[in-house]
Design a protein around this ligand. Structure first.
Ligand code: FE2
Ligand code: FE2
Length: 270
């Protein structure tokens, strides 16, 4: 039986957005987005769900007052409680509050790893959930791949290899350069020390894929012998999440589906 799961990211709920904060974002409609997400995911009956971070609009850019940030946490937790499959989270730079850059209140309702947490989600399949915000995200929204994270991932990968398990790394910011990187120009949105992440993943064959969010762009890259699966946001164009299959022969296929309010279901996009 193939293992099937959903990867969704950057749903950016704001309990009282005064404006959209620029197309293609549409924060004033974030309640609708949040509400259609649940039946669309439930309709697929996934084995589990992964959220790549930025459930909220805390941190920098949105200037969310603390009281609305706290209300957002409660409202998202209430809606996501209707998901039928287990859900796992990594923190994004907009999940902390906008005043201190603290994840404390968020972590009370959404279990997030302190550094790297390994979870067995299916036979022979493990997740390595990374928290790259050891430093204050108000100062550095891209996060940092630290020595501690690197060592923890290497250990998890060695154990997975010995026990014949595949490991998926889940991390909020991007790890693989984009085509925009040329000459002296480096686009933002990459974790600090991204080269080291790629080196560690390449050296450990148990790690078969890296799932990211943050840049609100869909892209899949094959690099060496692993996949880098970057997924767009839910809070504006192109509004997708992914349904992912892992087949027994190692073949992996990924489809984007779009939440649809009219059908209250999921429409495969191809
Ligand atoms: Fe985001
Ligand atoms: Fe982000």
């Amino acid at each position: 039986m193939p293992i099937r799961f959903v990867f969704v990211t950057d749903s950016h709920y704001h309990a009282d957005a005064p404006k959209d904060f620029g197309a293609p974002k549409m924060l004033t409609r974030s309640r609708e987005v949040l509400e259609v997400m649940v039946p669309a995911i439930n309709a697929l009956e996934p084995g589990f769900i992964l959220h790549g971070g930025d459930l909220l609009c805390g941190g920098t850019s949105f200037e969310i007052p603390r009281e609305i940030y706290l209300r957002s946490i409660e409202e998202v937790a209430e809606v996501l409680a209707e998901l039928k499959a287990p859900i796992y989270y990594v923190p994004g730079n907009h999940d902390c509050d906008a005043q201190q850059g603290s994840f404390e209140e968020f972590a009370k309702r959404f279990p997030i790893p302190e550094t790297l947490e390994v979870v067995e989600v299916a036979p022979q399949l493990r997740l390595a959930l990374a928290n790259v915000y050891q430093q204050n995200p108000l100062e550095d929204s891209a996060g940092t791949w630290t020595d501690e994270l690197d060592q923890a991932l290497r250990t998890a990968a060695e154990e997975a290899y010995k026990e014949r398990c595949a490991l998926l790394l889940v991390i909020h910011p991007w790890v693989f350069p984009s085509h925009e990187e040329q000459g002296g120009f480096k686009p933002g949105g990459f974790v600090n020390n991204a080269e080291r992440v790629l080196e560690t993943v390449a050296e450990n064959s148990a790690i078969v894929a890296v799932f990211t969010g943050h840049k609100h762009v869909n892209r899949i890259r094959m690099y060496r012998d692993f996949l880098v699966v970057d997924t767009a946001c839910l809070i504006g164009y192109p509004m997708g999440f992914r349904e992912v299959w892992f087949e027994e022969d190692g073949y992996r296929s990924v489809t984007t589906v779009r939440p649809s309010r009219s059908t209250r279901g999921a429409e495969p996009e191809g």
